[in-house]
Design a protein around this ligand. Structure first.
Ligand code: KG4
Ligand code: ZN
Length: 410
């Protein structure tokens, strides 16, 4: 049930339209204050990497407990850094899903209590929409600082943008555009199995590298020959329509022309290569050495990798980036996108940024990535995504709960 916000939000500069964002969907406890969806006043993230690293992945129960420990200090720090009091806030925004149920519930319970006690509006935000708004927030910040950069941001937002979200849990393509003040999304691509970040994490684990694996692979790939292992991606076909009892056929999610990604095959191909080239023992030695050195840097990992392993890492990254590049630009062309927005943790990858930027330049298509700080999970993106919703009076229902499988758009 949406209610109109009680107060108008003057756009006259200064600290107006203040939203406190809260994000606890996975393994980062984050809080941030953003003004009018375009000025980041603070962005505090407490990472749980050290808690989960010994397990090689996020342990949901531990994540919830860590969020519970961190949520108050992180929120206090975000308010203090922004120089804003709770009373000055215009609204509270929180991630509704997708994510880990127990982790989401911590942020939602806390945000609901704050909004209730303060008598402020509460806005629920889809985590994936948040990732897209990480890019839009920084674009808006640039436009604000250099008012000549984007002549007419409203006209630009009304044009279809293709958003590629590549994270640990998601690989999606959306067509995004702003109509009547609100952002609307249509899914035009998705992975049928693993997410791109998941493939980075699993391959890193297989090779005895630390968690999360993406940054390790990113750093080590630069030292290997990307042509040493010729990985290939097979064409992914949509599964046939399911037959509903009574004869009506249900198409699988997405339309026939949707882009389908698949990253589980390349993970298996890396595993086969490791087995057939006897690299498993060296990977175990590497794993033990890195586990014993929590402060390990790229140089430490590099000293533990031979040329064959570095070639494998570089070839894996090259193949994944190539696949993302091809499919993204095919979709941009198919749907007549006027610009490309890349976000999610894997958007931090240097080779991905370089290759997608080069291709976009060739096609004369604007492309934008978030800064490294806003590529991975954060709450500034949640507060930014909440601003148009608050203006449109799209407030959270008092019955708001965690939606672990929440989808974005249609
Ligand atoms: O967006 P995010 O922080 O959390 C999710 O919503 O999943 O993304 C985390 C993912 C992890 O899989 C991590 O390995 C990957 O992003 N990642 C990277 C890089 N930095 C983080 N992948 C490739 N290259 C990077 N530099
Ligand atoms: Zn994320």
């Amino acid at each position: 049930m949406a209610a109109k916000p009680e107060r108008p939000f003057p756009d006259g500069g200064g600290k107006t339209g203040l939203i406190l964002g809260i994000e606890t969907s996975c393994d980062e406890t984050a809080a941030a204050v953003v003004a009018r969806g375009q000025q980041m006043l603070s962005n505090v993230v407490a990472s749980q990497i050290a808690t989960h690293a010994p397990y090689g992945g996020v342990v949901p129960e531990l994540a919830s407990r860590e969020h519970l420990r961190n949520i108050v200090p992180v929120t206090r720090a975000a308010l203090a850094e922004a120089g804003v009091t709770l009373a000055q806030l215009d609204a509270i925004a929180v991630t509704e899903g997708p994510g880990l149920a127990g982790a989401l519930l911590v942020g939602i319970s806390y945000a609901k209590s704050l909004a209730f006690a303060l008598g402020k509006p509460l806005v629920a935000v889809n985590h994936l929409e948040g990732h897209i708004h990480a890019v839009l927030l920084e674009e808006a910040e640039l436009a604000r600082q250099h008012s000549d950069r984007i002549a007419n941001p409203e006209a630009q937002d009304a044009q279809p943008a293709l958003a590629l979200i590549v994270s640990g849990g998601h690989t999606h393509l959306y067509l995004a555009r702003r109509t009547d003040g609100c952002w609307r999304y249509r899914t035009v691509g998705r992975t049928v199995d693993d997410a791109a970040g998941e493939a980075f994490d699993k391959v890193a684990k297989l090779l005895g590298l630390g968690y999360p694996g993406g940054p390790w692979i990113d750093a080590l790939a630069a030292h290997g020959d990307p042509r040493s292992v010729p990985f290939r991606f097979a064409e992914v076909r949509p599964r046939p329509a399911r037959q509903k009892p009574g004869g009506l056929s249900l198409p699988d999610e997405g339309a026939g022309s949707d882009t389908l990604f698949s990253f589980s095959g390349i993970k298996t191909a890396v595993l086969r290569y490791v087995e057939s080239h006897d690299l498993a023992a060296a990977a175990e030695v590497r794993r033990r050495a890195l586990a014993a050195n929590p402060g390990a840097k790229t140089a430490d990992a590099l000293a533990l990798c031979d040329a064959e392993t570095l070639g494998l890492i570089a070839s894996f990254q090259h193949a994944v980036v190539e696949n993302l590049r091809q499919r993204t630009f095919e979709a941009a062309e198919r749907y007549g996108a006027r610009r490309v927005l890349v976000s999610g943790g894997v958007a931090a990858n240097r080779e991905l940024r370089v290759r997608l930027t080069a291709e976009a330049a060739e096609r004369n298509l604007p492309i934008a990535f978030p800064s490294l700080a806003l590529a991975t999970d954060n709450a500034a993106m949640i507060a930014a995504a909440a601003w148009p919703k608050l203006q449109a009076g799209e407030l959270a229902s008092p019955l708001l709960s965690a939606e672990p499988s929440l989808r974005l758009g249609r």
